[in-house]
Design a protein around this ligand. Sequence first.
Ligand code: AMP
Ligand code: ZN
Length: 488
Amino acid sequence: MQTNLKIYNSLTGQKELFKPLIPKHVGMYVCGPTVYSNVHLGNVRTFISFDVIYRYLKFLGYKVRYVRNITDAGHLEDDSNEDKISKKARLEKLEPMEIVQQYTIDFHKVLDLVNNLPPDIEPTATGHIIEQIETTKDILKKGYAYESNGSIYFDVLKYNAEIDKYGKLSGRNIEDMIANTRTLEGQDEKRNPQDFALWKKASPQHIMRWSSPWGEGFPGWHMECTVMSTKYLGEQFDIHGGGMDLKFPHHECEIAQGKTANGVDPVKYWMHANMLTLNGKKMSKSTGNHLLPQEIFSGDNTLLSKAYSPAVVRFFMLQAHYRNMLDLSEDALQAAEKAYKKLMEAVKILPDLPQSEKSSEDVAALIESFYEAMNDDFNTPILIARLFEAVRLINSVKDGKASLTKADKQQLQNALNQFAFEVLGLHHTAQDAATHQAFDKTIQLLIDIRNNARAEKNWALSDQIRDELARFGIQLKDGKDGTTYSFK
Ligand code: AMP
Ligand code: ZN
């Protein structure tokens, strides 16, 4: 087992050598989606980032328990007291659990398309109401929460004075927070604007509600992650992840709740994935600045000229390090598509290359560099650059300008399979990619035949090709740069 994996810990702001709490085992918790609408590509990026982390830990031989929750209650609309799922259910006149079901299915479908592995446990907030009430009671009993008009709030100032610094993860301090607070509607129940809800009283029109010692209500959003991570991974576990935007207040509150309830810091390594932007701005559900996965896979959008496959989208995302921002653009997707095809082609031709007595390059060192890239805080862009050194070598051997021994060829093939498919999860198999390429070439051939038919004014044939393809769900678009296709 490789042991020199370094992880950037958001809590310390440093890359640290990874040492799990229990040797050879890793407990990892990642905040899942709030299932009140379709996941957008920004969400998908975060889940791909953690999928690669999960894959690499497993690849190194760790026994990983990966827990990723489904938030199906408790996540409030900003600046309001209404639960996001309840609100959607009210607006669409559906049961909240219909909303939850619809978008959970969508979420799983999308992650499956981009070849993410499912987590080991996928608990829901509504499935853990009892645990959330118990932990709230515990924090109340310890004196770090108070009841106000049927809701329970966490006492941030008391925690900050007696237990630990509130703001240590996000690098904020409580004095600044107090100085910068604006008073929001409905916050007068709190002793202090920084206090957050462990439990909220349900107003009469609030649909999702449970009985509690404090009357009917629903749990606060931060509480679900504390109880589900504790239940399945223990009071202390190795890795907690999520998007950068969850650092404050969500993860800060999780630390405060966990440390108050259990007396220990819940997480050893905090990891935060950076945002996907569109037109330079964060992709987000609430602002409408987003692209849905289906829109990009089908080409049915106004931003891009054609469709991009899930494999290309995944590859595009992995070309950036998970801690860097990434902007989605046509140019970047096109470049990713080209590079992805080149990589797949090289993997495909490698087994059929001639073999020599001597290798012209140090293949073992090249393979070692794959590990080095991933051991350096899961640096996927560096890994991809190293994979392209292998691509160059393969193409040079093909052109007779370099050589590989039989053993080196086999080693390289194994390493490419491991790192491109098992670790980066680029596609199920090289065969799938080859099939995709063959499909693409077949459609291009039909486009060429149709163009020839049009040049010869054979309208019957050109229409037949267009109409039959449309029948199979493939739409041809004639533009000034030629004909392109997309999936309807
Ligand atoms: P939500 O369903 O809004 O709770 O978000 C689910 C996950 O997606 C969280 O980890 C967010 O931090 C993450 N996320 C939201 N927007 C983006 C974005 N534009 N880029 C990357 N991750 C995002
Ligand atoms: Zn969470």
